[in-house]
Design a protein around this ligand. Structure first.
Ligand code: 13P
Ligand code: SF4
Length: 330
């Protein structure tokens, strides 16, 4: 089917069925423009929970659809593609247990550890965190959540993104280490798991130098999944929605180079905007969802035979929900 025909059919089905089509900012343009709700991971989780349609058709990566099912089990959640975020795939329950053991071997008692997981993790990992008294954060509230965690007087085990953990620690003037870097965790306030985003690792200090030299006066804005060395030489570091706000508030003639996913950056503005990289930093998993996938999923809902419906077992759901709700309480 040709693109426009496919779009029309999707819009017709959307009218007819009890569905809300949801898309993360990193989705392809043609999928993004058809969505009823768009946003970053925190906004999407919140808005899906409040939505009143029976079905959420979620265009994003696996942990995002799973999070909706965890916080709103009465909803039916389908994903046109269940693509797993590369960072979320870096940690599972076993690696989580090993991280806790690493801290215990260093002499830190389990009851003195507070785990905080970035929302980019599976429901199973979130459940482990919830069961141990911990909570979830996103890049837009990581600072606040870690601040709250530190008030308990415990050591923070931050998973899975070492960059987000280190960047927040640097912003707060705290000490951090990464499991495996040889540093003593007793000396650190935040102990980070060694996970990372392969897309945000593409932005380098050399890229920043290049754009500053090429366009004197340019502003550099990056996502906190970027390496701390890149964040240190940037003008602004913020989550997806914070980056959008930052760019929108700059005068139109102010040049800006942005270090985050390509689909979002190219949609931010028409003029005076640059992707902070000589490569095209597309998230391969976010880009997996196509119009054909969305159409097929809506047809399946119409027939009552949905292939990619998200299910989370009750024990996992219970504790993952606790971890997510501790975040929403803030
Ligand atoms: P946001 O929480 O900003 O939506 O980011 C999710 C993500 O995967 C960034 O790479
Ligand atoms: Fe995961 Fe990185 Fe893609 Fe975000 S950009 S979904 S962290 S792989």
């Amino acid at each position: 089917m040709e693109h426009n025909e496919l779009k029309e059919k999707i819009l017709e089905l959307k009218e007819k069925l009890p569905v809300t089509l949801v898309a993360h900012y990193y989705q392809r343009d043609e999928v993004f423009e058809l969505a009823d709700i768009t946003g970053d991971s925190l906004e999407l989780a919140r808005r899906c929970k409040a939505d009143d349609k029976e079905w959420v058709v979620f265009c994003g990566v696996g942990f995002m659809g799973q999070s909706v099912k965890v916080i709103a089990p009465e909803k039916r959640v389908a994903m046109p593609k269940i693509a797993c975020c590369a960072m979320a795939r870096m940690i599972d329950s076993t690696y989580y247990d090993e991280s806790v053991e690493f801290m215990e071997k260093a002499g830190i008692k389990k009851e003195d550890i507070l785990p905080i997981t970035y929302i980019n993790s599976s429901a199973e990992v979130k459940a482990k965190v919830g069961e141990m008294g911990g909570m979830v954060c996103t890049s837009s509230n990581a600072y606040k959540i870690i601040e709250k965690g530190l008030a308990s007087g415990k050591k923070i085990l931050f998973i899975p993104d070492r960059c987000l953990g280190q960047n927040v620690a640097n912003m707060m003037g705290l000490k951090s280490c990464v499991i495996g870097d040889g540093k003593d965790p007793n000396e650190a306030d935040i102990i980070c798991y060694d996970g990372f985003c392969s897309v945000h690792q593409l932005f380098t200090v050399d890229d920043v130098k290049f754009y500053r030299k090429r366009y004197p006066g340019i502003k550099i804005a990056v996502h906190p999944e970027c390496d701390p060395a890149v964040v240190a030489v940037s003008d602004f570091c913020g989550s997806t929605s914070q980056l959008i706000k930052y760019v929108n508030e700059l005068p139109e003639e102010q040049k800006v180079a942005v270090g985050t996913e390509y689909n979002l950056v190219h949609r931010m503005r028409d003029k005076n905007i640059y992707v902070l990289s000589s490569t095209k930093p597309e998230c391969p998993t976010m880009n997996e969802t196509t119009l054909e996938d969305v159409y097929r999923t809506l047809k399946e809902i119409e027939k009552g035979e949905v292939v990619n419906e998200i299910q989370v077992d009750e024990k996992t759901r219970k504790w993952a929900k606790v971890a997510l709700e501790r975040m929403f309480e803030l």
